[in-house]
Design a protein around this ligand. Structure first.
Ligand code: URA
Length: 418
């Protein structure tokens, strides 16, 4: 079925019917494993066996302000492992690593697999878009799923994600499966189910795999957008400690620690954490990020050291609290959509992203707030949809007389292979 569809022998309407049957009926685990394997083998499976250290990657199911890839790739490369990362673009309300990287003037994510290998060898990390040779079955199936309402199946998501990650020639994989109001899997049990499927698939294919179920009930860090998010990553890489970015920094360290552990660089997660901290505080991770921008850019890499050269919006306005109290909850998906409609994401595939627009957030859930105090600063170039974005933020943030009694953890659960 998959091979016939990829070669064009099986038409879209038959594949659509099969995809919908999977959405409705699910698949058994052996079926998911077979599907992943046949998709993986539909194209080139990379091998970087000649490189002298393990190859590890991380995949996130996506969220708002989720920018850990830009921080952990250079951390892990600086720590001595290789990170061959093939990433995606923004999907719905969630941002995409490729769109963020393209906010750096001249940064090129469209490179051949051969060039990918050269960058990896020279820099230790490379972050690119899917090439024509890698998992062509997924390229075609995903495009069809997108227009037939068949994205949501855990079986199809597992096969789609894992086939692409396994094609990177990695030894180990860390999965960051998000749960909460800004995640695709809003309920914890759905996130756990998907995580277990993906971990089992990775292990069955001989890769050390683990999943962290992490919180996406409010945006991660202080920035949402593209250039805004790159700026926040550079701040963390150069050692700035902003209170609103502590969750992002902690999660980046935690995911890096798991990458070091699964990549057999450290014997324990604790040792992985220490190594990640050292790579950040020593400036070595920032150096790797600079190297990668040079290898993949040829453009203005001075933005790494002078982030005020990143694309800047022409206007800013504060979204202010209507009453005093505490932030009790955030409808996180709406915060992502507010950035999207200002131009930070795509409503249609062909939309062009405005890298400069986005949000800087000033409050987390549980923080006290005074009437008239800024909850977020909106960066925009056109005011055509500004009132709509402002209304979305107004609806997204709830203020009450007391902070929530229970604070949601940053990491809900860990699912280890083996
Ligand atoms: N991202 C993917 O690459 N595939 C899916 O099926 C869903 C999200």
């Amino acid at each position: 079925m998959v091979n016939g569809f990829t070669s064009g022998d099986i038409p879209d309407y038959q594949m659509s019917a099969w995809l919908m049957a999977v959405v409705k009926s699910g698949m058994t685990k052996p079926e998911i494993a077979d599907l992943t394997e046949v998709m993986l083998r539909s194209g080139q499976v990379l091998s970087f066996a000649s490189l002298p250290a393990k190859k590890v990657d991380k995949h996130s199911t996506g969220g708002v302000g989720d920018k850990t890839s830009l921080i952990l790739s250079p951390i892990v490369a600086a720590g001595g492992l290789y990170v061959p990362m093939i990433s995606g673009r923004g999907l719905g309300h969630t941002g995409g690593t490729l769109d963020k990287l393209e906010a750096i003037p001249g940064f090129n994510v469209n490179v051949t697999t051969e060039h990918f290998g050269r960058i990896l060898k020279e820099c230790g990390c490379a972050m690119i878009g899917q090439t024509a040779e890698i998992v062509p079955a997924d390229k075609k199936m995903y495009a069809l799923r997108d227009v037939t309402g068949t994205v949501e199946s855990p079986a199809l998501i597992c096969a789609s994600v894992m086939s692409k990650k396994l094609a990177e020639g990695i030894d180990a994989l860390v999965l960051d499966v998000k749960t909460g109001s800004g995640a695709f899997m809003k309920k914890l049990e759905d996130a756990v189910y998907l995580a277990e499927l993906m971990v089992e698939t990775g292990v069955r294919m001989g890769k050390r795999t683990a999943a962290l179920i992490t919180d996406m009930d409010q945006p991660l860090g202080r920035a949402v957008g593209n250039a805004t998010e790159v700026l926040e990553c550079i701040e963390i890489l150069r050692g700035d400690r902003h209170p609103m970015s502590e969750d992002l920094r902690s999660l980046s360290i935690e995911l890096s620690a798991w990458m070091f552990y699964l990549g057999e660089k450290t014997a324990t997660i604790d040792a992985g954490r220490s190594l990640a901290e050292e790579m950040l505080t020593s400036g070595k991770a920032l150096g790797k990020f600079r190297d990668m921008a040079r290898c993949q850019g040829g453009g203005d890499i001075s933005v790494v050291d002078r982030p005020n050269r990143l694309p800047a919006a022409t206007h800013t306005v504060d979204f202010k609290a209507a009453t005093s109290g505490y932030i009790t909850s955030v409808r996180c998906e709406d915060v992502g959509l507010a950035s999207l409609i200002l131009g930070g994401g795509r409503s249609k595939k062909e939309d062009v992203i405005d890298h400069a627009v986005g949000l800087f957030l000033h409050k987390k859930v549980g923080d006290p707030v005074q009437q008239g105090e800024a909850i977020a600063t909106i960066l925009y170039n056109s005011d055509a949809r500004l009132p709509e974005a402002m209304q979305m933020l107004r609806d997204a943030y709830s203020i009450g007389p007391a902070a929530p009694a229970v604070k949601r953890p940053l990491i809900h659960r860990i699912i280890e292979g083996d």
